[in-house]
Design a protein around this ligand. Structure first.
Ligand code: TYD
Length: 131
């Protein structure tokens, strides 16, 4: 599946921890948009879409949530609960996010601006396009 968990180096010292996100270093694309999801209500599931072109990196800055990832052939679940870990999600991966802890702050880096025409929001359409 075209997803990858990327370890992010922690620059730690006696003061605490710092992670740097840098294009072409630990982020394998040009970052053109950043958004974050927080204060997610109990029981909420988000996502339910794939992208035709967009590449994204998901990092949980605090708390935890689960990603369900589906390439049309297999479906896997990954728990993100570590701000030193990035989940790289390529195009044509269906994603659902759930089990957000109340303190979860989920940050997403993307290689393009928001573009509704890049979304595939119908799972059956996604399955037929992913083949
Ligand atoms: P939505 O696509 O439903 O989020 P998710 O896939 O996480 O469930 O987006 C929620 C709203 O935010 C929707 O009205 C579109 C808007 N939005 C932007 O304006 N810019 C963005 O970069 C994103 C991701 C969403």
């Amino acid at each position: 599946m075209k997803v990858e968990l990327i370890p992010l180096q922690i620059h730690g010292d006696e003061r605490g921890s710092l992670v740097s996100l840098e294009r072409n270093s630990n982020i394998p694309f040009d970052i053109r948009r950043v958004y974050y999801i927080f204060d997610t209500e109990n029981g909420v599931t988000r996502g339910y879409h794939a992208h035709k072109k967009l590449m994204q990196m998901a990092i949980v800055l605090k708390g935890s949530c689960d990603f369900i990832l589906d390439d049309g052939n297999e479906r896997i679940s990954i728990t993100l609960n570590n701000p030193a870990q990035g989940l790289l999600i390529n195009s044509f991966i269906w994603r659902e996010m759930k089990n957000f802890t109340p303190d979860c702050v989920l940050m997403i880096l993307a290689d393009n601006e928001y573009d509704e025409s890049d979304y595939i929001r119908d799972y059956d359409q996604f399955r037929s396009m992913a083949k």
